[in-house]
Design a protein around this ligand. Structure first.
Ligand SMILES: NC(=O)C1=CN([C@@H]2O[C@H](COP(=O)(O)OP(=O)(O)OC[C@H]3O[C@@H](n4cnc5c(N)ncnc54)[C@H](OP(=O)(O)O)[C@@H]3O)[C@@H](O)[C@H]2O)C=CC1
Ligand SMILES: O=C(O)C1=N[C@H](C(=O)O)C[C@H](O)C1
Length: 245
């Protein structure tokens, strides 16, 4: 297998995890200066992408063309980009692409629990907290969570969270994602954290997940690497591999 973004925080952690896995062999580790053709030339069957939002879609299209299955952790994907990959995969029905905004088991469970709880509360807001070297905001996980929560509330006929605020300063109430407020904190010392706050008269439920170390993502990454070849087409979210969708 191959790792794209191998010199980065997630890429280097993935390289170590693959090297420790007896059933996997790392044949290519690419950084920003490397030609993507190295992946197929090295005989990789699966490539993991932990690069940057500006290049990840192009990488996936090139991998699909080369017949290499892709496991993508890089964030920055929107509906249009995912649709382009889905269209492209129609020409390569043998290839699997899995895009997951978060590979940590606890984060995937947080999203599933939040979606399950969302219909029972009047108010819901999301706070994501990350290290300050992160280039995107809000996090891919917070976007995925907001959409899952909003879908669950719509399906149950629940109204948007009440909010009488007249904002005197732009951004004071965070970003509105699919009717759900999302707030992004960037703080030295943090790794990756998310809180889903659910409120009713007289009570609050907080669902919180903390990744203290990037090793937290590795069991999910390795699970995806092992399964992506038997899941042709596009899969979005690790929940589909964990029976949580
Ligand atoms: N799904 C999940 O569970 C997780 C997802 N992420 C996401 O993963 C992504 C990477 O995060 P992180 O590792 O912290 O970021 P880093 O900035 O540490 O790593 C990104 C790496 O990609 C390299 N790179 C840039 N362009 C290319 C290219 N064309 N080909 C190969 N490598 C390239 C960068 O090189 P250079 O610095 O030289 O430009 C850098 O080494 C982010 O989108 C983040 O949100 C992070 C954690 C968990
Ligand atoms: O950049 C990060 O660090 C992380 N990115 C992902 C995201 O944007 O959701 C996953 C995790 O939160 C760590």
């Amino acid at each position: 297998m191959a790792v794209l973004g191998a010199a980065g925080r997630m890429g280097s952690t993935t390289v170590r995890a693959v090297e420790s896995a007896p059933d996997l062999e790392l044949v290519a580790a690419l950084d920003a200066s490397d030609d993507l053709a190295k992946v197929a030339a090295a005989g990789a069957q699966v490539a993991v992408d932990f690069t940057v939002p500006s290049v990840t879609e192009g990488n996936v299209h090139a991998l699909v063309d080369a017949g290499v299955h892709a496991v993508v952790g890089t964030t920055g994907w929107d509906d249009a980009a995912r649709a382009r990959v889905r269209d492209h995969l129609a020409d390569r029905p043998d290839v699997g692409v899995l895009i997951a905004p978060n590979f940590a088991l606890g984060a995937v469970l947080t999203m599933a629990f939040a979606a399950r709880a969302a219909r029972w509360f009047e108010s819901v807001e999301i706070v994501e907290l990350h290290h300050p070297d992160k280039v995107d905001a809000p996090s891919g996980t917070a976007l995925h969570t907001a959409h899952a929560v909003a879908r669950a509330r719509r399906a149950a006929g629940v109204e948007a969270s009440p909010d009488a605020t007249e904002q005197s300063l732009d951004g004071a109430r965070g970003a509105l994602v699919d009717d759900v407020r999302v707030h992004a904190v960037r703080l030295r010392g943090l790794t990756a954290h998310e809180e889903v706050l659910l409120g009713n008269p007289g009570e609050q439920l907080t669902i919180r997940h903390d990744s203290f170390d990037r090793v937290s993502f590795m069991p999910g990454v390795l699970l995806a690497v092992r399964q992506v070849g038997s899941r042709p087409g596009l899969t979005v979210g690790l929940e589909h591999l964990l029976d949580l969708a």
